[in-house]
Design a binder for this molecule. Structure first.
Ligand code: PGA
Length: 249
């Protein structure tokens, strides 16, 4: 049985005031049958880790550098995230791929570094609308998966998030059949590459306009082990019912 994961990505949103919402979330989920993760902006990470300590909520980063340390002004290493209290790090989000030109090879190197630093790497992939309309979705996803996931990955330290770019922040969600098709494909690819033990243990999240109102039906799709949530993770009142829906799935 894969442990389910409700992950929130605050992106570049939130200053000190946002921590009161995190406090509310941690109080509401002192214990949980699922893993709960919030990835705040890096300047809030350490304080966020202190706030959630003792609850079911852990905190994570939104990116890290592929090098373990060095002359990389403005960057954050995986070890620094871990030191600040992170359990996990999101890598290769489509916004980083677009804003910072991150390639599959870059994402793969970052994931390798993150896992070696003791973090869970949440590797994101997903097709654009043009790619979906051209019928290229599975080709694109397959290539991103092959290129972004490091060799020697293990079932408990790697998570894959399927996030169609056209569904992120748009309120548009693929059909349940489309989600099921991609997740089934990802599972088959992972089993083919890593075997049933590891390939069957890697968790697959869906991300893109997950809200309290659509979470339960998405969580009922085969091989959906949780969600990566952007907008609806910013407020405890929105994220909490998503956690509850995952616990019930
Ligand atoms: P969204 O973002 O939930 O706001 O669509 C998802 C994501 O980018 O991880």
């Amino acid at each position: 049985m894969r442990q389910k994961l409700a992950a929130g990505n605050w992106k570049m949103n939130g200053t000190s005031e946002a921590l009161s919402d995190l406090q509310e979330l941690a109080a509401a989920h002192a214990t949980s049958g699922v893993d709960v993760l919030i990835c705040p902006p890096t300047p809030l990470l350490h304080r966020a880790a202190e706030i959630v300590a003792g609850s079911a909520v852990t905190v994570g980063g939104q990116d890290c550098h592929m090098a373990s340390s060095g002359a990389h002004t403005g960057d954050t290493s995986a070890e620094m995230l871990r030191d600040a209290g992170a359990s996990s790090v999101i890598l290769g989000h489509s916004e980083r791929r677009a804003d910072h030109g991150e390639s599959d090879a870059t994402v793969c190197a970052k994931a390798d570094t993150a896992i070696k630093a003791g973090l869970i790497a949440i590797v994101c992939l997903g097709e654009s609308l043009a790619q979906r309309e051209a019928g290229e979705t599975l080709d694109i996803i397959g290539a991103q998966l092959a290129g972004s996931v490091p060799a020697g990955s293990a079932g408990d330290t790697l998570v894959i998030a399927y996030e169609p770019i056209w569904a992120i922040g748009t309120g548009k969600v693929p059909t349940l059949e489309q989600i099921g098709e991609v997740h089934g494909f990802l599972r088959a690819q992972l089993v083919a590459r890593f075997g049933t033990g590891i390939g069957g243990a890697i968790r697959l999240l869906y991300g893109g306009s997950v809200k309290p109102g659509n979470a339960a039906e998405i969580f009922a799709v085969d091989d959906v082990d949780g969600a990566l949530v952007g907008g609806a993770s910013l407020k405890a009142a929105d994220f909490s019912p998503i956690i509850t829906a995952l616990e019930a799935a």
